[in-house]
Design a protein around this ligand. Structure first.
Ligand code: TNX
Length: 736
């Protein structure tokens, strides 16, 4: 059976337990907490399978058949552990705590759900499952600052987390762009701070416009209670000293400048932050935290601490006076002073502080837990120094990044495909076993600059399923192929829950994109259900377009556009595959060719590759390979390499350009790879068909500023992908 996250131990045998109207749910002992879990199971059975189950206390003398028994047992190794035994006659779910029973119910729920697709009523397969999590902290951050999410939506996410056996909702409640939690002592935080004059960054702010919202303390209590019933801890995040623009707009006296603040309408890092020299700021924050602590039973309170520019502090008399008075070295130590002071307050209230990895700068507060986001260096530093760690690096855990590079998906940051999330390792291997125990677990971070509520599912799923498994399942059971198989079933469950997860576009299995006579196009939809529909005439595929059933043979240059559709009408992005019918390039005869390339070097400021024919090079010469070492400065230059490529055999060759900034590759007058424009180091590829022998080759490159990089690689008949070696490059010899 497909269970996500994968259980620690699972054994399946022949047979089923049939759930009927006379099946009872028996609870023993009959405490309010266990009864609540039983009631939760009864509600789910009613909702998903339509069977009403009676909830009863369980007397020891009764013979048990046709029952689902929820019971406590003493012998457990983990507070979240459960044991589920399904036989033909009974289902027994046992755990050390109600929390474990609750996780077991989620497993039952998944087993039930999978069965609904088969006919023949409501059954559970015969299984024995002994299950417990790898990490105690399995969370998701939901940023309600950049976009406000309504109360029901937050509750829905609590359910979705519970469904995946996650246990922390990290609730990001204050931002430059909005303050989202009612604080009784400071009403302006929500009268002013919860509203901004534009919905999105790209819009021109207008005085009449108002975007925003906030949670009243009653809302918060309701959400926290709801989460408690789902065994989810809600960890509030109140950001400081940076990302505090909305608070400053509400109470300008809290900033260094003291006036002129607005709730931000632009994303990014803002310079105005809380003044670290003003005791009123600490009074304010302590008052705020005091109310927050009353609302959230969580042992941990997140205080942000990230991305706090120091420029205002440098200019501020109060901040400078504080640095002096406290004997601090600089503004980094001032930030550290800030966090320590807040930690002292939280600790005095019996709470623990979490901050982003910037809190390591200038010295860590004594008891702080560090959430590592800028890679894993923060995790390593903190664990080594004996601090607890939560791992959520941008490389694997940022759910606001695109799942794929494709038009329609956010391009503002990197992209994190599902497989990368799945491969995440929250415990850095450098740590000793003792230090490794400091890693509490992981979080997936759903920042919402580009994700209003209706977009969140698309960003979060199915990646959250992968992260849930990373956090829960034993490391040695993590298996990508097995996960993908289970996800085929699990997606149907997500459909039933109304989760509008990211739908993978069709993939093209055919490797070649060029051909001489005809080519067979093989499409695939490896992870999703649904049907592929495609067009060959450039039109947008609709459910009315031909359905892909078997490989399609093309005889001319064609763009195949394909899209996955679900029955519900949901559709993936359109995938485009270009196939070019080509004549093979004939080799040319070159006398007097020697290894290497010729180059011409140009200087100038460009946004795209210049027209080299109109320019005079500043320098020229020969080089062994595509090397940027021939440049004379690091920005505003361009290079043109010319020579011949020696193709060892007839066949299709693929060229790849990895460049920062733009580049192009030509074979004779054929533009094979066009990677022009200003961009970071990304790779683009193209194909041609070559006859064995020499082919004129040109590579153009320009650099505007910033990082510089050029890597030219190829693959072909008998050639694995590699940088083009000097041995395959020729230029005209000296006699020419
Ligand atoms: C960095 S992660 C931030 C957030 C942004 C996010 C966008 C962190 C501690 N700070 O404020 O929303 O990048 O990916």
């Amino acid at each position: 059976p497909a269970i996500v996250p994968r259980p620690a131990y699972l054994q399946v045998s022949q047979g089923v337990f049939q759930i009927t109207e006379s099946t009872a749910i028996l609870v023993a002992p009959d405490t309010a907490e266990i009864r609540a879990v039983g009631k939760y199971l009864a509600d789910i059975a009613q909702r998903t399978a339509g069977v009403p189950l009676q909830l009863q206390a369980f007397g020891a003398d009764e013979g048990i058949t046709n029952a689902i028994v929820l019971t406590l047992r003493d012998k457990t190794v983990n507070v979240e552990e459960y044991v589920l035994t399904v036989t033909d006659e009974t289902v027994t779910l046992a755990a050390g705590r109600a929390r474990g029973l609750f996780h077991g119910v989620q497993t039952i729920r998944q087993l039930l759900r999978a069965d609904l697709d088969r006919t023949g009523g409501c059954q559970l397969p015969r299984v024995y499952i002994l299950d417990h999590p790898r990490y105690p902290w399995r969370g998701m951050l939901l940023d309600c600052g950049r976009h406000f999410m309504d109360k029901e939506f937050v509750k829905r996410y609590i359910d979705l987390l519970a469904y995946h056996k996650m246990n922390v909702l990290h609730w990001h409640l204050t931002e430059d762009q909005g303050w989202r939690i009612e604080i009784k002592k400071y009403p302006k935080l929500t009268e002013i701070g919860a509203w901004r004059k534009a919905t999105r960054d790209s819009e021109q702010p207008r005085d009449g416009d108002r975007y925003g919202g906030f949670y009243t303390q009653e809302d918060v209590k309701e959400i926290v209670a709801y989460a408690k019933s789902r065994y989810i801890t809600v960890v509030p995040e109140i950001e400081m000293p940076g990302h505090s623009g909305a608070a400053l707009a509400s109470y300008p006296e809290l900033g260094c400048v003291g006036e002129g603040y607005q709730v931000a309408t632009r994303w990014g890092v803002h310079s105005d932050v809380y003044c670290a020299g003003n005791d009123k700021v600490f009074e304010f924050l302590q008052d705020v935290l005091a109310e927050v602590i009353e609302l959230f039973p969580s042992e941990y309170v997140h205080i942000g601490g990230d991305e706090c520019p120091k420029e205002r502090w440098k200019e501020c008399a109060k901040c400078q006076a504080r640095i002096k008075a406290e004997g601090l070295k600089d503004e980094h130590e001032l930030q550290s002073y800030f966090i320590r002071r807040i930690e002292k307050f939280l600790n005095s209230k019996g709470r623990r502080l979490i901050g982003w990895d910037e809190i390591l700068e200038g010295g860590l507060a004594p008891n702080a837990t560090v959430q590592s986001w800028r890679g894993m260096a923060g995790a390593i530093a903190a664990a080594t120094a004996g601090h607890d760690v939560i791992s959520s690096p941008t490389s694997h855990c940022y759910l606001d990044y695109a799942q794929v590079r494709m038009p329609g998906e956010p391009t503002w940051m990197g992209y994190i495909p599902l497989g990368r999330c799945y491969a995440f390792e929250p415990t850095p291997e450098q740590l000793t076993p003792e230090q490794a125990r400091r890693v509490l677990g992981l979080e997936g971070n759903m920042w919402t600059e580009h994700a209003p509520q209706e977009r969140v599912d698309w960003q979060v799923f199915p990646r959250l399923c992968a992260l849930a498994e990373v956090g829960w399942s034993p490391k040695e059971l993590r298996d990508w192929d097995d996960f993908c198989k289970r996800m085929k079933t699990h997606r149907r469950r997500l459909d039933a829950l109304g989760v509008t997860y990211y739908l993978f576009s069709p993939q093209c299995i055919t490797q070649e994109r060029v051909f001489t006579d005809s080519i067979e196009v093989v499409l695939d939809n490896p992870l999703d259900r649904g049907e592929i529909h495609y067009t060959l005439d450039g039109a947008e595929p609709t459910p009315g377009s031909p359905e892909y059933g078997k490989p399609h043979r093309l005889t001319g240059t064609t763009t195949v556009r394909a899209r996955t559709f679900l029955d519900s009408g949901r559709a993936s992005n359109v995938a485009e595959f270009h196939f070019r019918k080509l004549h093979p390039h004939e080799a040319v005869d070159v006398l007097d060719a020697v290894p290497g390339l010729a180059y011409a070097y140009y200087e100038g400021s460009w946004q795209r590759l210049p027209d080299f024919d109109q320019l005079t090079p500043v320098a020229s010469g020969t080089t062994k390979t595509f090397s940027l070492a021939v440049r004379k400065r690091d920005d505003r230059f361009a290079l043109k390499f010319t020579g011949y490529l020696e193709a060892p055999a007839d066949g299709t060759y693929t060229f790849h350009l990895l460049s920062d900034d733009g580049s192009r590759l030509w074979i004779a007058s054929d533009l094979v790879v066009d990677h022009d424009g200003l961009h970071a180091a990304g790779e683009k590829s193209g194909q041609v068909i070559l006859k064995a022998g020499k082919h004129p080759l040109t590579v153009e490159y320009f650099q505007a500023g910033g990082a510089l990089r050029l890597q030219v690689s190829y693959e072909g008949p008998g050639l694995a992908k590699q940088s083009i070696p000097t041995s395959a490059l020729r230029r005209l010899g000296a006699s020419r």
